[in-house]
Write a new protein. Structure first.
Length: 401
């Protein structure tokens, strides 16, 4: 199969930039255009809630330096929004120009959700998605700051940890009964709750936000249980909305909150692919579509789809992976579990935050999360990837190999 002459990537995100890099590394020498709405070079987002927010770094991890794009003749167009896809004419339309394609990759990422409550437009409310978001928020994390973190998911927990490192007073609010409840369940979530309480975070769980209070600038948060919390800085971390409007307007099939793609990450249009947050993937290893909003999936799908843009037609089969750092806790999660239904097995000391959690489904490991344990990563990956039957006693105290 002959290679396409023109490839356009919409979304200079990690997924999009990883695809562009992989295309050149695989020898593609056609015209390659990478269009992004941010003005910065493409970067990896994990440092935004970790090293950058903590003050341990002033920049994120760039996918490549600027010279790479020039040296490899990747036309990187920054600060530009793609407004329309003309599938009949094979054009990506922007406010400034049109770009023709033979193959198109959509890697448009997602946008933070916002709360639709009174006071949501006050100054002092933040979301965390971009490099500039992280720098602006970091400036607010001072010892005299009163921070309310709305949402106790991964972003919420990491932001709370960073704010406490800077000495700020932190209250974390979530309508669920434990942090990270949907991902790790009640028992493991309670261990994360204890971690944050031990570091001085005031957890207000099983209640939501009814309004933000203030004149022009936020001064407090009124909760659903009738109480109020003083705040000069509020961070809203309640998930993201996939940016699928461009795909929807182009008439591409949607599913699972994202853009429907087959095993190879191809959309309902054979010349258009999707990767990263927006890709609702017909994953060969799962019974239903999988859409994952994590760094490793964006990076790995981007690198993988490059070959398929060139005609490889290879399924993407990697299991989801992500990691988190909070205070002196580090963890890695592999696979995909339903914490409400899968059986939880703990190896190690949950209370001491030195453990590995397994979620079992039909006698096999659907997901595993190692917390402050670093010796068994390859074995955990094999357990998740293989889907082989395991015995509980082996997981608790036996060899994992």
């Amino acid at each position: 199969m002959s290679h396409p002459q023109h490839i356009v990537v919409v979304g200079a995100s990690l997924a999009g930039a990883s695809a562009a890099v992989a295309l050149r590394e695989q020898g593609y020498d056609g015209e390659l255009t990478l269009i992004g709405d941010e003005t910065d070079l493409p970067y990896e987002r994990p440092p935004l809630s970790k090293a950058v927010l903590l003050g341990d770094a002033d920049e994120p991890d760039w996918v490549k330096d600027e010279a790479f794009y020039t040296d490899h003749t990747i036309t990187l167009i920054r600060g530009t929004v793609a407004t329309r896809i003309d599938r009949a004419r094979k054009l990506v339309v922007t406010s400034g120009d049109d770009y023709s394609y033979d193959k198109l990759l959509l890697a448009t990422g997602s946008t933070p959700r916002r709360l639709d409550v009174p006071g949501a437009d006050l100054d002092g409310l933040f979301t965390l998605r971009t490099y500039s978001d992280s720098l602006a928020l970091r400036d607010r994390l001072t010892p005299d700051a009163s921070v309310v973190m709305v949402g106790a998911g991964w972003i919420g927990c990491e932001v709370a940890a960073a704010a406490r490192k800077h000495g700020a007073s932190v209250t974390m609010v979530d309508p669920l009964t434990q942090p990270l409840l949907r991902v790790v369940g009640q028992r493991v979530g309670a261990a994360f709750a204890a971690l944050h309480r031990d570091h001085g975070v005031d957890l207000r769980l099983a209640t939501g936000v009814s309004s933000f209070v203030g004149e022009d600038r936020v001064s407090g948060v009124r909760l659903g249980d009738g109480t109020s919390v003083a705040a000069d800085t509020v961070v809203v971390g309640i998930g993201v909305i996939p940016n699928i409007a461009l795909a929807d307007a182009a008439g591409l099939e949607l599913a699972g909150g994202g853009v429907a793609v087959d095993a190879t990450l191809r959309t309902s249009d054979p010349d258009i692919y999707a990767a990263g947050d927006i890709a609702a993937h017909d994953h060969p290893k799962y019974a239903e579509r999988v859409r994952v909003e994590h760094w490793a999936v964006a990076k790995d799908q981007g690198a993988h789809v490059a070959g398929n843009l060139l005609g490889a037609e290879q399924p993407y089969t990697l299991r989801p992976f992500f990691f988190s750092d909070q205070y002196d806790l580090g963890c890695e999660y592999r696979g995909q579990a339903d914490a409400a239904r899968d059986r939880l097995v703990i190896r190690g000391d949950l209370a001491a935050l030195d453990f590995t959690a397994f979620w079992l489904r039909d006698g096999a490991v659907a997901a595993a999360m190692n917390v402050n344990q670093w010796d068994d990563g390859d074995a955990l990956q094999e357990l998740v990837d293989s889907g082989r039957p395991v015995e509980v006693d082996q997981l608790v105290s036996g060899s994992l190999s």
